[in-house]
Design a protein around this ligand. Structure first.
Ligand code: APR
Ligand code: ZN
Length: 280
């Protein structure tokens, strides 16, 4: 098995070979697994942070104009968010879970697409929360997002907590906020107990999440990274595939679980011509 960190990317065949003898896979996903569903990532070209200021808790709390702009934007964006469909990458992880090869998905994503694809919600650890829940920043009460969306549709411009009058926002972790304790503990336990830690579509630059691959490695797992671009943890990877999440995971699931890959391509390769194309 090539540790092909700095040496260069491997083929999907190397990932399949690494995964074949392993039965306790944990997937660690970032925004890159959802771009093929049409959701932009954060740090890729045209990513969210290129177009928007990074939201902070004090910025949201302290400025009524920020809250107003947030809820105006959410009134427009949330219905489209609800309509987004999972892609081949999400579905491949469902196949691996149903075949008993995937223990858990640790995701940094807030889009809920793993659950929408059919992953067992009890096996999806949402490190950064979910856009499909709304929370009160004061008393912590939570509502399903569609309940608050209905209040917006009924004419409320900046919904506040019905219990304490506090400010409401999606139950996602903002920069400067601590990650949910329970999620972090579950993620660390999953990383320690797996035998293959599979990173998919993350730039691996945000802590504490980015410390999980090292934790898994120190606990004895092998690490694979599937990403369109190089990451700071590539040297840690036993196999690194520079390529698209969807086709790569579909080929992996096809090889391990025997399902037919979507385009009938040879499961041994992410790309029919066998060269791993990294999209710019
Ligand atoms: N296939 C494979 N890799 C992809 C694809 C794809 N289809 N699309 C994008 N990528 C890669 C990009 O090259 C990039 O390296 O996925 C990575 C996404 O990185 P980020 O945009 O930084 O997203 P993520 O790693 O999930 O960010 C972590 O940062 O801003 C916070 O809370 C936010 O959860 C987010 C966290
Ligand atoms: Zn409240």
């Amino acid at each position: 098995m090539r540790n092909n960190g700095p040496a260069g990317p491997a083929h999907v065949a190397d990932l399949i070979a690494l995964a074949r003898s392993r039965r306790r896979l944990v997937a660690f996903t970032g925004a890159g697994i959802s771009t093929e569903s049409g959701i932009p990532d954060y740090r890729g070209p045209g990513g969210v942070w290129e177009r928007n200021a990074i939201p902070t808790l004090e910025g949201f709390r302290g400025d009524p104009a920020v809250r107003r702009a947030y809820w105006d934007g959410r009134r427009e964006r949330y219905p489209a968010m609800l309509a987004v469909a999972p892609n081949a990458g999400h579905r491949a992880l469902v196949e691996l879970e149903r075949a008993g090869r995937l223990q858990a998905i640790i995701t940094q994503n807030i889009d809920g697409l793993h659950q929408k694809a059919g992953s067992d919600p009890d096996r999806v650890i949402e490190l950064h929360g979910s856009t499909h829940t709304v929370r009160c920043l004061d008393c912590g009460r939570r509502w399903a997002a569609p309940v608050v969306q209905a209040r917006l549709a009924a004419g409320e411009s900046v919904p506040t907590c019905l219990h304490c009058g506090g400010p409401l926002r999606a139950a996602t972790v903002l920069f400067g906020e601590a990650l949910p304790d329970a999620a972090l503990r579950l993620a660390a336990a999953a990383a320690r107990s797996c035998d293959l830690f599979l990173v998919v579509g993350s730039s691996l630059v945000v802590n504490p999440a980015a410390r999980l691959p090292g934790l898994a490695k120190r606990a004895g797992a092998v690490v694979a990274i599937v990403n369109r671009t190089p990451t700071p943890l590539d040297a840690l990877a036993d196999v690194r595939v520079l390529g698209e999440a969807g086709p790569t995971l579909a080929a992996l699931a096809a090889a391990l679980v025997g399902t037919t890959p979507p385009d009938g391509a040879d499961p041994g390769r992410a790309d029919p011509d066998g060269v791993d194309h990294a999209r710019e």
